[in-house]
Design a protein around this ligand. Structure first.
Ligand code: NAD
Length: 268
């Protein structure tokens, strides 16, 4: 199992919804939560990859996970899938709103409205809908933890090529998380937002910046070994550890926090 081993069982009797659970950070977090006793609803577009996460988890922790084919930006599908997951597992305690895309990388003048809107729809609307439809179930439990994946590209470091749409969504997620934290504190529902730096995942490999784009956009060069704490990017499991902390009662007095996890990349 590709994850940090643990003997702790902080999530016995809890259910988590993880979006973007078919790959990368979402997959690592789903495995981590299951390792510690959570039942996990895996939400993703990528059916085959999500099924393989489901099998991987269920082979070891029998029956604790189930995959759901969901586009997080589709309101009707989200509402229905959340309902299905809550009734299958008996409620929801933890929500990891993590699904996201880089989207098309292009200078602003060349960014089509459709490409701009698609990135906003998946990253921002997807986050809103995930919180919107899981909220009644968290309220029913009388407490809950919501964790949202933003990025240092939304607040700390603007070094990407043609990432105006992406950065806009990542900044928007921070604002949303803070307002939600304030609004939901009286229900004992905590909302925190995490900002990873570069993490070794498969995110949108197809949208690597072209050489032409690199010439158009003023490049901000990453120095050699761009994360001072490590030789390369962080690992999805590093982020999963943070997600588990924020999901657990160990962080019971933490809400509205924006936590950077980047090996000091944003300080360069
Ligand atoms: P990933 O591509 O490995 O995983 C993302 C998952 O989200 C995929 O399985 C994909 O199918 C799913 N997804 C995409 N659109 C969806 C939709 N409309 N509905 C449902 N699922 C959808 O990438 P990752 O790096 O694990 O990304 C997870 C989150 O982390 C994203 O929000 C991303 O912006 C953020 N992030 C990533 C990095 C990084 O360097 N990898 C850095 C900072 C932030």
């Amino acid at each position: 199992m590709p994850n940090n081993q643990t003997n702790r069982q902080r999530f016995q009797g809890k259910t988590a919804i993880v979006t973007g659970a078919g790959s990368g950070i979402g997959k690592a977090a789903a495995i981590r939560l299951a390792q510690e006793g959570a039942k996990v609803a895996l939400f993703d577009l990528q059916n085959d990859r999500t099924r393989s996460t489901e099998h991987e988890i269920n082979n070891i922790f029998r029956g604790v996970s189930r995959s759901f084919d969901v586009d997080v930006s589709d309101p009707e599908r989200m509402e229905k899938a959340v309902q299905e997951a809550a009734s299958y597992f008996g409620g929801i305690d933890i929500v990891f709103a993590n699904a996201g895309i880089n989207g098309v990388l292009a200078p602003i003048e060349e960014m089509s409205f459709e490409d701009w809107e698609r990135t906003l729809r998946i990253n921002l609307n997807g986050t809103f809908l995930t919180v919107r439809y899981t909220l009644p179930y968290l309220k029913e439990k009388g407490e809950g933890s919501i964790i949202i994946t933003s990025s240092i590209n939304g607040s700390d470091r603007f070094a990407g090529f043609g990432m105006s749409a992406y950065s806009t969504t990542k900044a928007g997620q921070v604002g949303f998380a803070k307002m939600a934290a304030l609004e939901l504190a009286k229900f004992k529902i905590r909302v925190n937002v995490i900002c990873p730096g570069a993490i070794a995942t498969n995110i949108d490999q197809t949208s690597e910046p072209s050489d032409e784009l690199k010439e158009i956009v003023i490049p901000v060069e990453y120095p050699e070994g761009s994360q001072p704490l490590a030789d390369g990017p962080g690992q999805p499991e590093d982020v999963a550890d943070l997600v588990a902390f924020l999901a657990s009662s160990e962080s019971k007095h933490i809400t509205g926090a924006r936590i950077v996890i980047d090996g000091a990349e944003s300080l360069l």
